[in-house]
Design a protein around this ligand. Structure first.
Ligand SMILES: [Zn+2]
Ligand SMILES: [Zn+2]
Length: 134
């Protein structure tokens, strides 16, 4: 497969899968139908697409990088338990970033902010575990 065709395929797969996929996720989706694809190729192409602003790269603390096809301004909520990444738009953040700029002189990139926490499913699971062990 030509490089450009591989890149197109990888980009389309990220755009179709709104879960903020990792390189592994994309590779596992594509490898059966594209046996010549390697995880390294997928990773390189994802980074190339992110560098060229066709995708957004999301750095996950202690986890693999994730990739986002939604380029409009938004923030992320990341589940520390299952790694789920969800889009959220917090308009109030612009005000908070202004306050930060005022007080510290730092210009914060509000768009790259991510909140960490527990998703509803994980919270429920953990509560169940506590009940069983109680
Ligand atoms: Zn979770
Ligand atoms: Zn997103």
């Amino acid at each position: 497969m030509r490089y450009s065709k591989q890149r197109r395929l990888i980009l389309d797969t990220v755009l179709k899968n709104k879960v903020h996929p990792s390189a592994d996720y994309i590779y596992n989706l594509l490898k059966d139908e594209n046996p010549e694809l390697s995880l390294g190729t997928v990773y390189r192409n994802l980074n190339f697409l992110a560098q060229n602003n066709m995708l957004k790269k999301i750095n996950i603390p202690n986890g693999s990088d994730r990739f986002d096809g939604t380029l409009s301004k938004h923030q992320h909520v990341i589940c520390t338990e299952c790694g789920k990444v969800v889009d959220i738009c917090v308009p109030e953040l612009a005000k908070i970033c202004d306050t930060i700029l005022d007080k510290t002189g730092f210009e914060v990139n509000c768009d790259s902010l991510a909140f960490e926490g527990l998703c509803a499913e994980c919270r429920e699971k953990l509560q169940l575990q506590i009940k069983i062990h109680a």
